[in-house]
Design a protein around this ligand. Structure first.
Ligand code: NG6
Ligand code: CA
Length: 501
């Protein structure tokens, strides 16, 4: 407690006690903060980013009433590492953060300063709703008891989450460390090593499936879909994929309603359009692009509804809404859902090259929209280079907390539209398997890579044995490798990247 007060003094200049701070009315120094993070949504999957093949009025509204970043990045081309960085402000490869299975232990050390913990210091009530994917427990979780450490130890007062991804077991919601709707007479068992005797799998009983896997995803079957990993029991607790969007939205809205009197921080982690793409029947067939497009429309509707909810409570004006995606887009990510066949003219990555898992730009260059009506003029674009990794330090500066300098920068000027040109001067970006790339100004340098983290990448991996250099301003599609003509710059950027390791 004492330490927190000391930290606050130089900034606020007032010897306020935390209790007094909490009692203070919500003002522009402590706006509500909502981070909405989609899962595998590409830059081009958002219509305001230039797509004419899909209409996303919900996402677009954030930009129309706020700011649209053309150079906004996730820290990594996959989920766990990307989320790790957003919540800690630390590059993921420093912590060896890789895609976690559903029974993995909590990745973020419990003594690590995090975005929600930081905001709690100045009186915010914090929540996470949706996809977690940062591990739970100490490595040997008993899903039938209270599960810790988890979201609470990372700084969330309230949590309603999936342990990992929607294609990994256990396919149950965990609310404040307990499995929702669990029948104690039907305990849950989970294994990522072997099946439980007598249980059907996607491999042995494809006839039981409503969606066939294309690669992997042929282990335990729940709700007619085979997943990664094995589980048994917990029948009454199993989620219904078709209802997941409504379930998460209801929890997100409930948290806001219940905490509207004091500043709140909500991390609303959408599960779409990650596989398996099983939108509610209301959205089936609506995009004409199959289930990937339909899942995007469902996610867009969730965002639209959530914004309406803020309106209905009169909270829109002083609530910061940051919308982004954990990594770039992918079409076939393991199920035969016709994402490729029905794509038509749609370009999930927009004008960018690559996608999820890739070293090319679309792996991490994602939609990045920010709305804060009280402070940001609507309908503008920003060319400032910014990463989700900067959200924590930028918000620290906003709420008046000085935090230890890590990889994230205070880019509050860029984040809130005061600087719409420069932002960061450089940013390290991660493809699959700790392969790192340097974006410096208008250059992207991809060092020679031999290691393949993902053996058969469903998107262009972008790993080559020779250096790659692109001028992203003139060649956003990364068609022209300029490494040969610019050996001096390549050497400089290579050395610069090495200094990070
Ligand atoms: C991969 C899965 C993929 C997806 C990904 C994690 C296979 C063949 N592929 O291992 O389907 O689940 O992990 O995606 O199993 S992420 O967006 O959460 O990082
Ligand atoms: Ca993802």
């Amino acid at each position: 407690m004492k330490k927190e007060i000391i930290v606050l003094l130089p900034v606020l200049g007032l010897p306020m006690l935390q209790a007094e701070l909490s009692a203070k009315k919500v003002d522009k120094d402590r706006p509500n903060i909502v981070v909405i993070l989609a899962d595998d949504l590409g830059f081009g999957d958002v219509s305001i980013n230039g797509s004419t093949t899909i209409k996303t009025p919900g996402f677009d509204r954030i930009a129309e009433e706020g700011l649209r970043f053309n150079q906004g990045y996730a820290a990594s081309a996959t989920s766990t590492p990307s989320r790790y960085s957003m919540l800690t402000g630390v590059y993921p490869w420093r912590a060896n953060a890789q895609v976690l299975q559903g029974n993995a232990p909590l990745l973020i050390p419990t003594d690590c300063m995090t975005l929600p913990k930081m905001l709690k210091q100045v009186g915010y009530t914090t929540a996470v709703v949706g996809k977690w994917h940062l591990g739970l427990g100490d490595g040997n979780v008993n899903w039938n008891k209270s599960i810790a450490p988890g979201a609470k130890e990372v700084g969330f007062d309230y949590s309603f989450i999936t342990a990992a991804t929607n294609d990994r077991v256990p396919t149950v919601y965990v609310e404040n460390g307990g499995v929702v709707n669990l029948d104690p007479n039907d305990p849950i068992e989970v294994s990522y090593r072997k099946n439980f005797i007598g249980e059907p799998t996607g491999k042995t009983r494809p006839d039981l499936l409503k969606l066939q896997p294309s690669h992997g995803h042929d282990n335990s079957i729940t709700n007619g879909i085979s997943r990664i990993g094995y589980m048994r029991g917990g029948k009454s607790a199993l989620w219904v994929d078709e209802n997941m969007a409504d379930d998460f939205l209801a929890q997100a809205e409930k948290f806001v309603s219940e905490n509207q009197k004091e500043p709140f921080f909500l991390y609303y982690a959408l599960h779409q359009p990650h596989v398996p793409r099983i939108p509610h029947g209301r959205f089936v067939g609506k995009s004409g692009m199959g289930s990937r497009g339909d899942a995007i429309l469902e996610a867009d509707w969730c965002v639209a509804e959530f914004l309406n909810h803020l309106d209905s409570l009169g909270l829109a004006e002083n609530t910061i809404v940051i919308f982004s995606s954990d990594n770039g887009p992918v079409l076939d990510d393991g199920y035969e859902d016709q994402a490729i066949e029905l794509l038509g003219e749609h370009k999930p990555a927009g004008h960018l090259r690559g996608g999820k898992y890739s070293s090319y730009d679309a792996g991490t260059h994602v939609p990045f929209l920010v709305r804060w009506p009280a402070q940001i003029k609507g309908g503008r674009e920003s060319e400032a280079l910014i990463g989700q990794i900067d959200i924590m330090a930028s918000l620290a500066s906003l709420v008046g907390i000085s935090i230890e300098k890590k990889d994230g920068e205070d880019q509050s000027k860029a984040l809130f539209g005061k600087d719409r040109k420069k932002g960061r001067s450089e940013l390290v970006l991660e493809a699959t398997g700790k392969n790192i790339v340097l974006r410096q100004g208008e250059w992207i340098y991809i060092p020679p890579m031999v290691h393949a983290g993902y053996c058969v990448s469903p998107t262009e991996p972008g790993r080559m044995k020779t250096p790659q250099l692109f001028n992203i301003k003139e060649d956003a599609g990364q068609k022209h490798n300029l490494a040969k003509q610019n050996s001096v710059l390549v050497k400089q950027l290579h050395e610069r990247l090495e200094t990070y390791k």
